[in-house]
Design a protein around this ligand. Sequence first.
Ligand code: SAM
Length: 243
Amino acid sequence: MNQKLQTYNRFPDYYDEIIRGNWYDIDSEVLFLDETMQKFWSWKEILEFACGTWTIAKELIKKWYTVTWVDLSEQMINKAWEWDFQVWDMTSINLNREFDIVLCTYNSVCHLKDLEAWKDFFQNAYKHLNKDWILIFDILTLFEFENISRDFKWFFNVRWDTLCLEMFKQWDEDIFKWLIKMFVSSWKNNFELVEEEIREISFSIEKIKKELEWVWFEIQHLEDFHFGEVTAESERVYFVAKK
Ligand SMILES: C[S@@+](CC[C@H](N)C(=O)[O-])C[C@H]1O[C@@H](n2cnc3c(N)ncnc32)[C@H](O)[C@@H]1O
């Protein structure tokens, strides 16, 4: 098979079921975000970068937040069943207005290709924030990526299709790649194999803090999403930074 690998092309068909699916505790994440934002009381307008299939936005709207959303993948956004979206790169979009919160969840920042793109993202978030308001984003840590890429396979059955997710480390570039194999059922019990690759990158907590401060963000809070206090073995870390 000589098929060009693409990112978030067919995978969005399964994203909600297997990544943000029933087994995933979205409530505790929304509670954490809500509590964090409540600390900055006023009318809250959120700009959500990399909103994906709208998992977080739709919960925040139920809590009366106003959300504007942007994602690079039209296929992801199409799954959100919402017409008022913007397909755009969060490192370069200019909406010519400011928000109270810039939000970017579920290691979307790790999808940016290198440190320069992370810096562009921080600067762009800063540009879109009102003074004294906050950027909230999370990362998967280097510790977590090293762990996952050591030996990791996930299998899922979704309707009549089967998916296999694996992660590898590409040593020469220090990046991590999800290889997603989708065995998509077709007529007469045949399966079409569709492969996609999602590339991710991360940096040490110290380096990320330094880059945020370089853009004039003031770090307010770091949270290990599973255990509270951030340690060398934290897997997923939320950053809260004030303009
Ligand atoms: C793991 S998904 C997370 C989606 C959503 N935030 C969530 O919580 O489920 C990563 C998302 O980042 C988006 N993305 C990657 N690079 C981007 C960029 N440069 N600008 C905007 N969105 C981007 C992808 O299209 C994808 O929807």
